[in-house]
Design a protein around this ligand. Sequence first.
Ligand code: 2M8
Length: 415
Amino acid sequence: MTDRQASEVLLGNWTGHSTVPSHSLYPHQWSWDSAFIAIGLRHLSPRRAQVELESLLGSQWADGRIPHISFSPSVARDAYFPGPDFWQAITRGGIETSGIVQPPVHALAVWLTHQADPVESVRRNFLARVYPKLVAWHTYLREHRDLGGHGLVAIVHPWESGMDNSPAWDEALARVEPAPLDSFTRRDTDHASNADRPTDLDYGRYVQLAATYRDHRYDDARTPFAFALEDPCFNALLIASEHALASIAAELSLDPAPHLSAAAELTKSLSTLFTDGIFRARDLKSGELVAADTISGLVPLLVPELPEATELLGTAQGPRFQLGKVHLVPSYDLTGPAFEPGRYWRGPSWFNTAWLIHRALAALDQPTLAEALRQDFLTLATDTDFAEYVDPYTGQPRGARDFSWTAALALDLSC
Ligand code: 2M8
């Protein structure tokens, strides 16, 4: 793996103030992509990594939410669906955005970016400028999105999980009346194979859910959410980010205690999602834990001092995910009834989740597993031209190539 190839991908996808995940499939700025991208960019240019995160935070709403897409005015309005005309959301600063969110990995990215070059960070006053925005983001999630009252954040759209067509959402989505298929035009299948993407029926439901939220002006108290689930990955990343905020606060000579206590409370609440050796999403409509094991349920391995860590690590290595025996970490249970090795979040292995699991393994003092995962990651990233995702059995590339977070995280793991 050469750092030069990864750097070229990142430079090619840079737009002047942020990085597109892929010029063809995703030609705007995505929220959690930007966080992962900054984690790699910090090795190329710490300043550019700071700018990436600052520009994302520039699209933050007055209520604190960081929208999942920040639309670029220089890209055709219909280049991506759903585009700005669908979402009808604009910030006070005049930036057009979507109205939903994505997993909160940003504070962790900010902290890692700062650490890459503390002198440049202090010179640009980076932490002091972004800290209040990150606090507002977490406050939005905790105050507006604890829809179940369990002390956990709920997602209200599959896109909010970042794992759009995960089998974990099937049952909840089946209750949603899809928007008529002739009422919108997909653009994703212009750039990627139909077989690698969500189905048209999935899209009809995604559109319906987003339109309902939009039609209620993205008001969390008033929207009749047809889809609301507590996702383990989303909440685990919030916990990891609260720990990062504690480090940032200490660095700024502020009190880290509120962040540590928020992290402790969330960690306790997260335990209520643990069953059968893994974390599962709670469907707030049925009140039940969803009977589908996905990579989301392994991401809590990242949570410091997780009481369930040993059992969870056993599950990662067991038949459902075969950590160390297949490529990276599959997005869904290899033995599950809905497993498809090539379809997006229904089986393929992804580089961002592999990076999260690698980080967890290193923190859990599992050097052999961590190193094997790192080597597999670096080999696959270059062999597949930085693919968006891969078949867990064959390593065959799927989705986009020259994909930004694949290149960024490869750069991070090679340093
Ligand atoms: C994918 O999601 C978008 C919608 O947000 C899409 O399919 O059009 C997901 O993989 C998501 O996790 C990712 O952030 C986004 C951009 O890379 O693409």
